[in-house]
Design a protein. Structure first.
Length: 161
């Protein structure tokens, strides 16, 4: 059995653990478009606020993937999925076959159609790369104030950071 998981956050890691509880021998492949092993997305506000460092954001041990015999494809985007023929195609053109597929990519921010929304200095805040871009923008432009659109949990965490 070949299990493929698209996404490398909490649900992907939980899926690996669940698979290994019932299948010790099946092949597991994890594909993530992000370049990082894994990290806790709720901690990105603490990273931006300098309460945690990058190496404190992982929620499983660095050898977790090796111990669970997981083939890990980082910085690779899935471009296409053929569920009938059971394969997917990565951004580098590589074809990956699967028996079981889990798409655990998380949510995508809703960007409202507001004039100026794509201007310099406007960011989403759901990934570590977002926090890094914001921090670089703040430092480069000596930003002292910010406006947050959205009062959900992500908006509140961004405001806190």
């Amino acid at each position: 059995m070949h299990y493929v998981i698209i996404g490398n956050s909490a649900s992907g890691v939980a899926a690996i653990e669940a698979i290994r509880e019932s299948d010790q021998k099946g092949k597991i492949t994890v594909i993530s478009k992000e370049p990082y092993l894994n990290y806790s997305r709720p901690l990105i506000s603490y990273f931006l606020g300098r309460k945690v460092k990058l190496d404190q954001m992982n929620f499983c041990q660095k050898d977790f993937f090796q111990e669970n015999k997981v083939d890990l494809f980082l910085n690779k985007k899935v471009e296409a999925v053929d569920c009938r023929k059971k394969y997917l195609i990565l951004s580098n053109g590589q074809r990956v076959a699967f028996d079981k597929l889990l798409i655990a990519t998380g949510g995508v921010p809703i960007i409202p159609d507001i004039k100026g929304i794509h201007s310099k200095g406007v960011f989403t805040f759901t990934k570590l790369a977002d926090a890094q871009k914001i921090e670089k923008f703040i430092q480069t432009n000596k930003v002292k104030t910010a406006t947050v659109i959205g009062a959900g949990l992500i908006g509140l965490k961004a405001t806190e950071a």
